[in-house]
Design a protein around this ligand. Structure first.
Ligand code: R5P
Length: 283
């Protein structure tokens, strides 16, 4: 078995190779004068593991080129962050089902696919090959346990994320709840924990993705108003678009932490263990 990665997932791929106790293959990446991408593998094996997140279109092209370069091998494709997965419905007439498009493309030429906390598990049904989704709830829980919190409360930003937050909280043995939006007037919305009080507590908001940080910024401001002692946030995929990281910290968030599905300076815990388990245990 040989692990290779796109340029976007090098650190995670190295840790996955270590966990699988197999070599990490070298890949040379360059571009043609017109901007098109080129790559070349330094070695191949009968079983190739390709690791590549998709934060942008060039990352998808690198995966497709790697898959083709591994032609003839049994290929396990690991997509730690699957971009385009959030457009999983036709919200308006004339829109594509982007998540389905990407799932179909990623199914071509590979034996199986492993994703990590995909935005909606329903997207998995669009793959044409066996697919699994690994969850980092355990990793987040173990990461949080190392911090010193006073009366910690794990909050999901909405009801949809409540089960995930609950799994995280269960690891730490902490209380959990989800935020509920109440419309006070035409332009005024209140966000507060549905059942519990935030007052005097160290609150940790757990979500799958922080993209613009808009959801979180609103929640933080409201929780502070409600007397939370501190508000931290941990997500799986730190997309951090539009200056989200700086905006959140300047808005009073104690810490913004994410995994290495997207390699960021605030990647504080790794998806490698869950990916290794997924590769070793599922097939
Ligand atoms: C929504 O369903 C997701 O779980 C996240 O809450 C959302 O994608 C975060 O987006 P943003 O950071 O732009 O508010």
């Amino acid at each position: 078995m040989l692990v290779v990665s796109t340029e976007y997932s090098q650190i995670l791929a190295a840790n996955v190779a270590k966990g699988l106790d197999c070599p990490l293959g070298g890949v040379k990446f360059s571009r043609f004068p017109d901007g098109e991408q080129y790559l070349r593998l330094s070695a191949t094996d009968r079983h190739m593991v390709i690791v590549g997140s998709i934060p942008e279109a060039d990352a998808l092209i690198q995966i497709l080129l790697l898959v083709d370069a591994c032609e003839g091998a049994e290929i396990t494709l690991v997509v730690p962050y699957m971009g385009y997965a959030r457009q999983d419905k036709r919200f308006h007439e004339g829109e594509p089902l982007s998540a389905r498009v990407i799932a179909r493309v990623l199914s071509t030429g590979v034996s199986r696919v492993l994703t990590v906390n995909i935005h909606d598990r329903a997207v998995l049904s669009h793959f044409h090959v066996p697919v699994r989704d690994a969850s980092l709830a355990g990793e987040i829980g173990r990461y949080l346990e190392k911090s010193e919190f006073s009366s910690p409360l794990v909050l999901a930003p909405d009801e949809g994320a409540a089960a995930f937050a609950g799994q995280v909280a269960a690891v730490c043995g902490w209380e959990t709840d989800h935020l509920e939006k109440t419309r006070i007037s035409g332009n005024e919305v209140r966000m507060a924990p549905r059942n519990l009080e935030a007052k005097g507590r160290d609150v940790v908001i757990v979500d799958d993705i922080i993209s613009t940080g808009g959801t979180l910024a609103t929640a933080v401001a409201m929780l502070k108003e409600q007397g939370a002692r501190s508000v931290s946030s941990v997500c799986v995929h730190g997309v951090l678009a539009e200056g989200a990281y700086a905006r959140l910290l300047s808005g009073g968030v104690r810490e913004v932490a994410c995994s290495d599905t997207l390699e960021r300076a605030c990647s504080r815990y790794s998806a490698a263990g869950a990916v290794v388990d997924g590769i070793e245990g599922c097939w």
